[in-house]
Design a protein around this ligand. Structure first.
Ligand SMILES: *[C@@H]1O[C@H](CO)[C@@H](O)[C@H](O)[C@H]1NC(C)=O
Ligand SMILES: *[C@@H]1O[C@H](CO)[C@@H](O)[C@H](O)[C@H]1NC(C)=O
Length: 111
């Protein structure tokens, strides 16, 4: 009787945490993109930069901090943000904002 209850409880906890993972992920994506948009807004409102300099510095992508082979693509509004994967074998290069070969990515080894 007791054992059944424990097994059932453990089972429910495992199911609940599995179901809440996508919600955590969605929250993390929203947070990452909030930072991207805030940074872009700071750049765009800086009167000292030329239009070309602004275009060069704004970015709609950010490395996914939980997996260096993934990146977050941020839309103009929350809800238009997506988690993307680099093509197989490639990792995210934060300096160039692009997928890159592992040999260029000392911070993202072993994939
Ligand atoms: C723009 O340049 C002025 C003069 O150099 C400086 O005082 C100001 O802080 C700069 N503004 C920004 C947002 O960088
Ligand atoms: C991005 O790539 C360049 C050359 O391809 C490399 O030198 C640099 O370390 C990479 N940057 C990051 C943050 O991975």
């Amino acid at each position: 009787m007791h054992l059944k209850l424990i097994v059932l409880t453990v089972f429910l906890v495992v199911i609940a945490s599995a179901m809440s993972m996508p919600a955590n992920e969605r929250r993390a994506i929203r947070r990452a993109c909030r930072r991207v948009r805030a940074r872009n807004n700071r750049i765009l409102s800086n009167p000292n930069l030329t239009h070309a300099q602004k275009q060069e510095r704004i970015a709609y992508v950010r490395q996914w901090r939980f997996d260096c082979t993934k990146f977050v693509l941020c839309g103009a509004h929350p809800g238009q943000d997506f988690l993307m994967s680099c093509p197989a074998g490639l990792g995210w290069n934060r300096s160039f904002n692009t997928c890159d070969f592992p040999s260029n990515l000392p911070e993202c080894p072993g994939h």
